[in-house]
Design a protein around this ligand. Structure first.
Ligand SMILES: C[S@@+](CC[C@H](N)C(=O)[O-])C[C@H]1O[C@@H](n2cnc3c(N)ncnc32)[C@H](O)[C@@H]1O
Length: 266
């Protein structure tokens, strides 16, 4: 029985990926073989993957919420667990909602939210110029992308008007960074991962300023971990946000949703 060149490439790629320790060698090989336009391109992609570059950086995209999101080198790869953040934001958003996606990375959260809810007024922010470039490319005309620190670059006219602030901000405690997989440690920037001593440093700043930007009844949604969720909730409550926690064991995902109490009721 003859073997087609594609089957041959697939088998060779699987064996190289296996030898390099890739757990999902079959799936990865299928994606790499279908992405490469030439044999030379395939060989280069396999080389990059076997030296430890995340698959998504090799391919140039990640699957997120059923969508293909462009991922550029050095930019945080959107994780499946962050889909829970989108699901809960989508439950609260209506078409036309004003949404600020802070710490946007590739822009994945805002893009997925627009896909589920329909057109929204999306403002995305990241402090890392590489992430801002990537998000601008991904969002195109679907939203505005600003470079800067959390709320700082948002236009003043949004104060008190924002329906939802979404943030998958860095929340890994500094000491735990060394325990992350090498793919993350070596190929994603520390600013995307490091949440300070207890992992909640950026969340504290997000919560502290939320009431200046959210409309009464609006909500701040952040991704956190199961272990950190009580701390995240406490930070929210101290800042006038009524917290509730959503959990999905299948995705190992935790989101804390804080609703801004109107000033008259505080
Ligand atoms: C964990 S990644 C999440 C990216 C994206 N939201 C996602 O879920 O794929 C955190 C992102 O926050 C950005 N970031 C860290 N500190 C920031 C700050 N003070 N202001 C704005 N962005 C920040 C990083 O550059 C990084 O892109």
């Amino acid at each position: 029985m003859s073997v087609s060149p594609i089957e041959l490439s697939h088998a060779l790629v699987v064996s190289r990926l296996r030898a390099a320790g890739c757990v999902f060698a079959e799936d990865e090989a299928r994606l790499l073989v279908s992405a490469a336009r030439t044999a030379a391109e395939l060989a280069a992609m396999v080389d990059r993957r076997t030296t430890g570059l995340p698959l998504e950086h090799v391919l140039g995209w990640a699957e997120f919420y059923g969508l293909r999101i462009g991922v550029e080198p050095g930019v945080f790869v959107p994780r499946p667990r962050t889909e829970l953040l989108v699901t809960h934001a989508a439950r609260l958003a209506r078409p036309g909602a004003v949404v600020a996606d802070l710490c946007c990375g590739t822009g994945a959260v805002g893009i997925a939210l627009s896909a589920v809810v329909g057109p929204i007024e999306l403002h995305a922010v990241d402090i890392d110029p590489a992430a801002v470039r990537c998000a601008r490319r991904n969002l195109a005309s679907a939203g505005r992308v600003y470079e800067g620190d959390l709320y700082r670059p948002l236009p003043d006219h949004l104060r008190g008007r924002v329906d939802l602030v979404t943030a998958n901000a860095p929340y890994v405690p500094t000491e735990a960074i060394r325990l992350l997989p090498a793919e993350a440690r070596d190929h994603e920037p520390l600013t995307a991962l490091d949440g300070g001593a207890d992992g909640l440093a950026v969340q504290r700043r997000l919560a502290a300023e939320a009431s200046r930007w959210l409309r009464p009844g609006g909500a701040l949604l952040v991704e956190t971990s199961r272990r950190q969720a009580p701390g995240t909730s406490d930070v929210f409550a101290r800042n006038g946000l009524v917290p509730r926690t959503a959990r999905c064991d299948d995705l190992d995902a935790t989101v804390v949703i804080g609703t801004l109490i109107p000033r008259t009721l505080r």
